[in-house]
Write a protein of this length. Sequence first.
Length: 291
Amino acid sequence: MTAVHLTTPSTRKARSSFNAGRAAGKVGFGLAVFALVSPAILVFLWMLSLALKNEVDNMAFPPVFLPNPPTTANFYDVFEKNDFLGYAWNSIVVSFSATGLALLLGVPAGFGIAKSKASRAAALIMIARVTPGLSYLIPLFLIFQWMGLTGTLTPIIITHLVITVPIVVWVMIGFFEGLPSELEEAALVDGATIWQAFRYVALPLARPGITVATILSFIFSWNNFIFGVVLAGRTTRTLPVAIYNVLTFEQVSWGPLAAAALLVTAPVLLLTLLMQKEIVAGLTAGGVKGG
């Protein structure tokens, strides 16, 4: 027999109300996202406008938003008056070194904290992460000055570990806590050591978390300003410090300043856009497993 579906007026009314509620929810969600994202987009567009205008238009009142005509002179000015490529190389060396060392130290630390359920150690890692960098800067500066390392890349890499290691440890704790303990116990029963269980069982399963930790550590290291401006020498400054070098005592050149800021922001912005799926998937997996 064929089933007969009767649609009553009350059913149609309930269905239309449900569809209207869903549409309103989507509109509300879209407006909320727009309200959160629009300030950042506006700031980025304004910075792009400053970079593509000459200094006369940048100082005009009322402000001129659209460059007429656009100019790339500000970007050339950044490269001509600063060793921008040298600073870029310093940032690459510092960020990759700090991220690599953080993974080397943080991934095993996250595994140990997760499996030993050391909640106090996890809380200490979080405190280290949220503590302002200035709290570490003065004693570290005195130590590096005593060792004669100020003005080199070594102290910058070491100080960036204050940023990158807590990120790696905290992300990896969530992933390792969510891994089935039966897998590691089976490896230990079969005669594997704890390090072999970590290397051959836990590490491959935590690859999404390692990807997320790597990306976040690199971004935070790349964007750090305070350690580079204090510890770096004239030839070992990183890219965020290059923006500071654009400022002069005579005036603030908004065009070159905005161009330098765009050049510094572009690598991490592209990295975030290219890897956004991996970041979201990794954070979601870690949140679900650790929950």
